[in-house]
Design a protein. Structure first.
Length: 120
């Protein structure tokens, strides 16, 4: 094994190790992941895998993994952000529906009280 391939292998291992370390530290940060964060993480891992495979084909797996990670992170974050926005919108709509139902219940009770008063 020549010196160049040894350096390449060491760099590849370092990139993978840093990726796992980043995921571990993010997981220890506390709280649940948001949809945006989940999308970014999935994109980064997928991008690193695909980038590493493509980089291996052209004999630069570390560079491929690094580029793939960056692109995957960006794409995953964008997709996660869109999904997060839709979740927030659905939550707001559910909250508004609940408020409307509570108001209808209040008005029905008020109408029933008015009917009872009219009967006396």
């Amino acid at each position: 094994m020549n010196c160049y391939s040894h350096v390449r292998k060491t760099i590849s291992q370092a990139v993978v190790s840093l990726g796992f370390l980043a995921l571990f530290l993010a997981g220890c940060a506390g709280g649940n992941f948001t949809t945006r964060e989940k999308g970014a993480a999935i994109g980064a891992l997928g991008g690193a895998s695909v980038g590493g495979l493509i980089g291996s084909a052209v004999r630069h797996p570390a560079a491929g993994a690094a580029i793939g990670t960056a692109l995957g992170l960006g794409a995953g974050a964008l997709i996660g952000d869109q999904l997060q926005g839709r979740e927030n919108q659905a939550y707001d709509q559910d909250r508004q529906i609940n408020q409307n139902e509570q108001e209808l219940l209040r008005q029905r009770q008020e109408l029933e009280q008015l009917r009872q008063r009219r009967e006396y």
